[in-house]
Design a protein around this ligand. Structure first.
Ligand SMILES: [Zn+2]
Length: 75
């Protein structure tokens, strides 16, 4: 039997618009992962904050706790 190549799901980073592949640390929260890195996440957060100043009324819940780079210690 041939060695099968791992076929990991991919998603597009909402911040930099680049595709990135699934990682084990996102096992339990893949559906919530929207950014490829802490940097993009931080950038998006910063932009959202700036946007919120002008757009009053959008009351978003806080970002999930298991996004990029925060769950390494659980494996
Ligand atoms: Zn990104």
């Amino acid at each position: 039997m041939a060695h099968k190549k791992t076929n990991l799901p991919e998603t597009i980073c909402l911040q930099c618009q680049r595709p990135f592949a699934w990682r084990k640390k996102w096992l339990r929260c893949w559906e919530e992962v929207k950014y490829c890195s802490e940097r993009c996440k931080g950038e998006a957060k910063r932009l959202a904050k700036a946007e919120r100043k002008s757009a009053v009324g959008s009351n978003k819940p806080p970002a999930n706790a298991c996004a990029a780079g925060q769950v390494e210690d659980e494996f």
